[in-house]
Design a protein around this ligand. Structure first.
Ligand code: HEC
Ligand code: HEC
Length: 399
């Protein structure tokens, strides 16, 4: 009898204990659930024919991160003089370039290179003009913020000030909490770069007339001249497609439907300053990193999407117009007759075999330009989701 009573007590204690445990467990589970459901999976604005960008496992896309990233991308207090944001050099109205030959940083210092478009940046297997090791958006964002050679936003040594500014700002308290969870510690440099990278991956441009024609089945979305230009672009005579081929008009590309990511750099014969193939000393291409003689002047073939908006052209902005860019290829390399960079680019020994020059009549040249113009995506440059969140109707004005 005593034994049974004891057993009963043990059983009921066990029961109560299990009950408490399960209530506590379900409460904590609920909290976990609500934390994760408050983060909304990001819905890609991508047409069905296009593959999605590859997103790193440690930084999945969420609507909250993209929104925070957008605010940070346009945040001028992320610079030494509170006047520079990413958007100072990456202006939406001109496909996230800046219209200058070379970029000018917050301190007025010139960058050796031209600001690049961020259209479809999530598809780029390698970032910037010529750095084979720069493959992650999360890492790349640190360079403009904290880099000192050259200074872009000038935040080196100011990490704690930046974090203090963000932690004291109610808007950022809310945005960081929604994207990364409550608490000051979620406002850190790592999460800043994750959010900016997520926003950049959302910058999708697949709405050009050419996309509607080629992939959307709209037979008349581009003119007859542009169709002739498209054929020239893809011809063995002009060879453009070898380096600017595929979905993003670049042979450095990755996405979910490619088994391997592609990375390539080419010397197009833009310079030959010493007759032995040298480029100007501040822009030697991937030679700067590899120090292999044959890598002199090798740069990434950038996307040609929105190319009519992104002049001036090339890594140093040294070509002003599309017509001039075609002249350069037509001659199989650029000849500079005077000044410190004088030289015959077509004789550059490191030049790609695909740059051998070709004949092109003036009407054909015009057709090619008409084709390049069909790569302009008006929806992309006016998309409110990509605009400055602090400005109403910011789409067309940039920052
Ligand atoms: C002072 C102007 C300037 C500012 C400010 C700036 N950028 Fe850039 N950006 C450039 C230049 C110039 C390049 C090319 C750099 C190179 O090749 O070395 C570039 C390249 C890039 C690229 C590589 C694009 C490609 O096609 O490979 C990304 C991504 C990028 N910037 C993102 C950002 C982000 C994010 C910020 C803000 C945190 C930012 N930039 C701020 C000028 C700027
Ligand atoms: C061998 C590969 C290759 C071929 C072929 C090629 N390009 Fe390029 N293209 C590049 C590279 C690399 C760059 C950047 C070069 C630099 O800045 O030094 C570039 C840059 C450009 C730019 C400037 C892009 C910008 O954002 O500044 C345009 C426009 C262009 N190419 C159009 C063409 C056209 C049109 C053809 C065909 C006639 C062509 N390319 C053929 C590799 C190539």
């Amino acid at each position: 009898m005593i034994y049974r009573w004891k057993r009963c007590l043990v059983l009921s204690i066990t029961f109560i204990f299990t009950l408490i445990l399960s209530i506590a467990l379900s409460a904590s589970l609920n909290r976990g659930l609500s934390a994760s459901t408050s983060n909304h999976a990001y819905v890609w604005d991508i047409p069905p024919w296009a593959p999605k960008p590859i997103v790193p496992a440690d930084n999945p896309m969420t609507a909250e991160k993209v929104e925070l990233g957008r605010h940070l991308f346009y945040e001028k207090r992320l610079s030494i003089n509170n006047q520079f944001s990413c958007a100072s050099c990456h202006i939406q109205a001109i496909a996230f370039t800046d219209g200058k030959p070379v970029a000018i940083g917050a301190t007025g210092e010139s960058h050796p290179r031209n600001s690049m478009s961020l259209a479809n940046i999530g598809y780029n297997s390698v970032l910037t003009w010529a750095n084979p090791g720069m493959t992650k958006l999360e890492f790349q964002a640190l360079i403009p913020m904290f880099g000192e050679h050259p200074v872009e936003m000038g935040l080196a040594g100011k990490e704690q000030e930046v974090l203090k500014m963000l932690r004291e700002d109610q808007k950022y308290q809310k945005l960081f909490a929604a994207a990364f969870g409550e608490g000051e510690s979620s406002i850190n440099i790592n999460n800043i770069t994750k959010a900016i990278a997520s926003f950049q991956r959302s910058l999708i441009s697949f709405n050009s007339p050419y996309d509607r024609y080629r992939y959307g089945g709209e037979k008349n979305a581009i003119s007859a001249a542009a169709k002739r230009g498209e054929a020239l672009f893809h011809s063995e005579r002009l060879e453009c497609f070898h380096c600017h081929g595929g979905l993003n008009f670049s042979d450095s590309i990755k996405h979910e439907r490619l088994a391997f990511e592609e990375i390539a750099f080419h010397n197009t014969g833009l310079y030959n300053v010493d007759g032995k193939g040298s480029y100007p000393s501040n822009n030697t291409g991937i030679y700067e990193f590899t120090h292999k003689p044959e890598d002199m002047g090798k740069f990434k073939a950038p996307t040609l999407r929105n190319i009519a908006l992104t002049a001036p052209y090339m890594h140093d902005g040294s070509i002003a117009t599309l017509a001039e860019a075609i002249d350069h290829y037509q001659a199989g390399g650029r000849t500079i007759t005077q000044g410190k960079f004088a030289g015959v680019g077509s004789q550059n020994p490191f030049k790609s075999n695909f740059i051998s020059g070709f004949s092109l009549s003036p009407p054909e040249k015009q057709d090619l330009i008409e084709f390049l113009k069909t790569l302009t995506d008006e929806k992309f440059i006016a998309n409110p989701a990509f605009s400055d969140p602090n400005v109403v109707n910011a789409g067309k004005t940039g920052s």
